[in-house]
Design a protein around this ligand. Structure first.
Ligand SMILES: Cc1cc2nc3c(=O)[nH]c(=O)nc-3n(C[C@H](O)[C@H](O)[C@H](O)COP(=O)(O)OP(=O)(O)OC[C@H]3O[C@@H](n4cnc5c(N)ncnc54)[C@H](O)[C@@H]3O)c2cc1C
Length: 307
């Protein structure tokens, strides 16, 4: 019996999987195994598993929809917790309190149905509320920072507490959590939306965003935007101007439709992604002097991938 089995099985039961492939839990459909994977369908299990692993000094990675991570082909050492805790409550004042594994798209749909204004922008953003809180997800002029009231966060050796929006220090696709080296787990979050909005108008607004995505987003397994847009410019424009639209390494291609989207055509690997990322960064820097910064996060051991 290995140490993860001995410690985590009594807590997680059948929700613990050893040496578990992560590809099926990521939107890009690739990535190697986690030493220990816990599929947490409650906040209680999420918190307990994280605290236990922290106590043992094991590396812990919580993943939501896997929509903004590139998992190394060699996988992730330590414990990965897949967050599927997705309960939601709402009150008359438009306050929406959700567990962090709730899908952002489901919350957006719910807001439209219930006439709550302020979340229509999220209608096409894959992943969970937890991932959105960490990344300050946003689109079409909206972002988490505009509606988040608090996030309930667990940290090692601290009582779980609510962080205010100000404490999260949000910026463009950034937060105090994203920059943080120390471990943490987002358990729940409260979004303040405006009640009594017209559902028909909200649905029309959301439909505009969906139609725009259908027109502009490439099909296929991808991670959305690979790089952040540099100030006053677009990463996609720069990659295209560097002549890289359609460039391919192994099974991964820079979308001929939108150069900031890298598509896994079926048999792509994380190493293929990384080679294309480096190619785009190098060419754009050589030609335009701009250092493209990843929006997507690299998870696991990428050190030994050939350069
Ligand atoms: C097709 C497509 C379109 C996209 N469009 C947009 C867009 O318009 N706007 C936008 O902002 N993003 C977009 N994205 C990126 C992605 O959807 C967002 O970044 C999303 O918020 C990621 O959420 P997730 O649950 O998948 O996070 P994951 O990818 O699972 O994790 C992201 C990070 O958050 C951490 N994390 C996740 N949950 C928790 C938790 N509960 N506690 C602690 N840490 C946690 C992870 O450890 C990791 O560091 C797009 C992605 C795709 C594939």
């Amino acid at each position: 019996m290995n140490e993860y089995e001995a410690v985590l099985r009594p807590i997680a039961g059948a929700a613990l999987h050893l040496n578990a492939p992560l590809a099926r839990y990521t939107v890009a459909r690739l990535g190697g195994p986690a030493d220990a994977l816990i599929i947490a369908d409650s906040v209680a299990l999420l918190e307990r598993a994280a605290r236990t692993a922290w106590l043992h000094g094991w590396p812990v990675r919580i993943i939501g929809g896997g929509a903004n991570i590139l998992v190394a082909d060699s996988g992730v050492r330590g414990v990965v917790i897949l967050n599927r805790a997705d309960g939601v409550q709402q009150d008359e004042s438009g306050l929406l309190i959700a567990e962090s594994g709730a899908a952002l798209i489901s919350l957006a749909r719910l807001s439209l149905e219930r006439g709550l204004a302020g979340l229509a922008w999220a209608i096409g953003i894959p992943g969970t509320l937890g991932g959105a809180v960490v990344n300050n997800a946003g689109a079409y002029g909206g972002e988490v920072a505009q509606c988040l009231l608090w996030a309930e966060i667990a940290e090692p050796e601290q009582p779980t507490r609510r962080w205010t929006c100000a404490e999260l220090a949000y910026a463009y696709r950034e937060s105090a959590l994203k920059r943080r080296q120390a471990p943490f787990a987002v358990l729940r979050a409260a979004l303040q939306l405006q009640p009594k909005a017209d559902p028909v108008a909200l649905r029309a607004e959301a439909e505009q965003y969906s139609a725009h995505r259908r027109r502009t987003q490439p099909n296929g397994a991808s991670l959305g935007s690979m790089f952040k847009n540099p100030p006053n410019d677009y990463a996609g424009r720069l990659i295209e101007a560097a002549g890289l639209k359609g460039a391919r390494v192994g099974g991964v291609i820079i979308s001929p439709q939108h150069a900031n989207w890298f598509i896994n055509t079926g048999n792509g690997t994380a190493a293929d992604y990384l080679a294309l990322i480096r190619l785009a960064q190098r060419r754009v820097f050589e030609q335009f002097g701009v250092q493209l910064e990843l929006e997507v996060e690299l998870i696991g051991d990428f050190e030994h991938v050939g350069r």
